[in-house]
Design a protein around this ligand. Structure first.
Ligand SMILES: Cc1cc2nc3c(=O)[nH]c(=O)nc-3n(C[C@H](O)[C@H](O)[C@H](O)COP(=O)(O)OP(=O)(O)OC[C@H]3O[C@@H](n4cnc5c(N)ncnc54)[C@H](O)[C@@H]3O)c2cc1C
Length: 653
């Protein structure tokens, strides 16, 4: 008899309109699917499974009622499970705030192949981790992190295979820091790979999060540093503009790398191995494919942690810095009275549009109850929609993101449906809100030097100066008024303090003290909380990523470790920084090997968020996403010969 069938939701053959959430892997050991439809049910996620004999199958779904946390109203994220098109009896996502196995129902199945679909009912972020089918009516799968992890691995037969390649540098994380490190490594001719857990690159600067790049590049003492960061910055987008997904140019950035050989998308770093004779040396990372669950061991001489959450440094046992240091720690006047977990908050940025007609939004009864005295009369979002300032940005990220989503939805629903001033929002549409949100600050890592407010303000000179900070000290705090009103703030305020003149970050902040072959990038750098607040902007972090790529090339050439670049080969690094990474200037439009068709179609016709419908093709002439049939026929009719010498054909021939 079949013992049980375990289906990881994120490995379903067709995800439909569901989004994979990769952020809680450290917290609960799995990725999960999210029905992020902004109040409109998303398309079904569908997969197939096989049964060996006729039996009554009992179907369990690992899910939760995410709005039960706020103890009000109907569960927001409800969905159903369909098997061979038939809905099972129970509505899912309704049994309390904790992740748990909810019984979807029972069904008799003949031997053979069956379809299974997650059918969203609300568009309000229902979620599914996995589905388990068993003929044993008494069996309930384990739920604890450890036992469930073991159970998953046994049923999914997960084994780790070896990547046959040996890399000079493995870059973990494909935000601005990781990408700039990768391009510098590529230009310096070393063998590298970027491992990025999302379907797109760019991190906070991608279409998934939509933050505009800040900070200046090509400034003293190394005016040729920053060419890469400048080239990656959006060509058309800029602060103050509406954040259309296309303006973040995810594809232009990923097209700079050879797919799979230099850049792995949808692949997460989940483990690290160190040399048994020298635990300070990382030998390999274990990565997991988000879409297939396959795990791979990847070996390298050098590693760079550009994950923003210091995932690799933490796995390798490095000293982690978190929160705001008290004044006594580094003698900073802007340090707090005593050390605190306070970090700059996470933001689920959102966008609205004014339409020429009335736009409805569901009148929801869950989450915080807003009224005319506590609602925020906002027409748009800004940087200040911020949550989780006192929480752990890695282990509590699901709650932190959910608090951002819930407050936005509940406030917007009130403005649209019940506010005395609701006429002002009549034609406004909540067009987009980030499904994963952006982290401003998370774990930092101890390097050989921790940069502080004193270094920046007193302009302490260091011989290993690299790229310069040009942003202000920009500290965010939970807005006291918002905190008083709601208990936990979802709005922040900022304190800015100009740094007078630019200040270069020392090289010793760019590698870990406790792991000999680990470079640091981006938000993981060795900085105090106060110093972090002005180093953290994307062009600056990108420029420092270029320095890491250059230093890695010196390590390979000299057969040395990152620390020796400071102690023995600093002159070589200085020459490399003086030279910079020559880059072709970004094209005005359609750079790289990309080809694309641009059709104007009504919003939502093909899942398009605006009237712009773009269909991109990679260098081999393959579409980078499924082309709707109707558009496919238009392309056939146009009969344009692509760079690969062939026109597009619906049949693919
Ligand atoms: C709302 C908001 C507003 C901001 N405003 C500005 C601004 O105006 N200008 C500005 O320049 N900066 C701004 N910042 C700061 C800036 O965006 C970040 O500091 C910067 O993007 C950090 O870059 P990064 O590459 O270090 O990290 P990220 O951009 O976070 O990229 C890290 C990448 O690593 C991936 N990753 C994480 N874990 C793993 C893993 N285990 N395996 C593989 N990949 C992994 C992540 O998915 C992510 O894509 C803002 C940030 C936020 C959140």
């Amino acid at each position: 008899m079949d013992t049980g069938i375990f289906l990881e939701a994120e490995t379903f053959a067709d995800l439909g309109g569901w989004t994979v959430d990769t952020q809680s892997y450290e917290a609960f050991g799995s990725f999960y699917l999210l029905a992020h439809g902004i109040g409109k049910p998303v398309r079904d996620a569908v997969t197939e499974f096989r049964t060996g004999e006729r039996a009554q199958w009992h179907v369990h779904v690992r899910t939760r009622d995410w709005t039960a946390v706020w103890q009000r109203g109907t569960p927001a994220g409800r969905f159903q499970l369909l098997i061979d098109g038939k809905p099972l009896e129970n509505i899912l996502g309704t049994e309390g705030p904790e992740w748990n196995w909810q019984k979807a129902g029972s069904i008799e199945l003949a031997p053979g192949c069956h379809t299974l679909a997650l059918h969203d009912l609300t568009g309000f972020d229902g979620r599914c981790d996995a589905v388990f089918l068993t003929p044993d009516s008494a069996f309930i799968p384990p739920n604890g992190k450890e036992e469930l992890g073991k159970f998953r691995r046994e049923l999914c037969r997960t084994a780790v295979t070896d990547d046959p390649e040996f890399y000079d540098l493995l870059i973990c994380g494909g935000g601005y820091a990781g990408l700039c490190t990768g391009i510098a490594a590529k230009k310096k001719g070393i063998k590298f790979k970027i491992i990025q857990n999302r379907p797109v690159v760019g991190g906070c600067g991608s279409s998934e999060i939509r933050v505009w790049t800040g900070g200046k590049v090509n400034v003293p003492p190394y005016p040729r540093l920053g060419n890469v960061a400048a080239m990656l910055s959006p060509i058309k987008g800029a602060a103050g503009l509406k954040k259309d997904a296309g303006l973040f140019e995810d594809f232009r950035k990923s097209a700079l790398f050879e797919p799979d050989r230099e850049l792995l998308l949808n692949e997460a770093v989940i483990g690290a191995e160190t040399d048994p004779d020298n635990p300070r040396r990382i030998t390999a990372v274990i990565t997991r494919s988000v879409r297939t669950g396959r795990e791979t061991r990847r070996r390298a001489r050098l590693f760079a942690d550009c994950t923003g959450d210091a995932v690799l440094a933490n796995l390798a046992g490095c000293t982690i810095l978190y929160g705001s240091e008290g004044r006594e720690v580094y003698g900073e006047t802007l340090g707090l009275g005593k050390s605190s977990p306070l970090v700059m908050g996470h933001s689920t940025l959102w966008e609205t549009r004014e339409r020429d007609h009335e736009v409805a939004f569901p009148d929801i009864d869950w989450g915080i109850e807003f009224n005319d005295s506590n609602a925020l009369a906002r027409f748009d979002c800004c940087w200040d929609w911020e949550t989780g300032q006192y929480r752990d940005q890695v282990m509590d990220i699901e709650y932190i993101r959910d608090y951002g989503l819930m407050t936005c939805f509940a406030n917007w629903s009130f403005l649209k449906n019940r506010s005395k001033r609701k006429a002002e929002w009549r034609n406004m549409e909540l067009e987009w809100i980030s499904a994963i949100g952006g982290k401003r600050e998370s774990r930092r890592v101890l390097g050989d030097l921790v940069l502080t407010q004193n270094d920046i303000e007193k302009k302490i000179p260091y011989e290993d100066a690299t790229g310069s900070i040009t942003w202000s000290i920009d500290l965010h705090f939970p807005d006291p008024e918002n905190r008083k009103k709601f208990g936990e703030a979802f709005q922040s305020c900022a304190y800015h303090r100009g740094i007078g003149s630019l200040y270069p970050v020392p090289y010793r902040c760019l590698y870990a003290k406790d792991a000999d072959n680990l470079f640091l990038g981006g938000r993981c750098l060795s900085l105090s909380h106060v110093a972090f607040s002005c180093v953290r902007v994307m062009r600056t972090l990108g420029m420092l990523g270029e320095v890491v790529g250059m230093a890695a090339a010196i390590c390979i050439r000299r057969n040395c470790l990152p620390r020796a670049v400071y102690s023995e080969y600093l002159d070589e690094l200085k020459s490399a920084m003086t030279e910079g990474i020559p880059m072709d200037p970004p094209f005005g439009w359609m750079p790289g090997n990309e080809e694309a068709y641009h059709f104007m179609r009504p919003v939502g016709m093909f899942g398009n968020e605006t009237e712009n419908c773009w269909y991109h093709f990679g260098p081999q002439g393959d579409p980078s996403e499924a082309i709707p049939e109707e558009i496919g026929h238009c392309l056939e009719e146009l009969d344009v010969i692509h760079k690969n010498g062939k026109p597009y054909r619906v049949s693919g021939k």
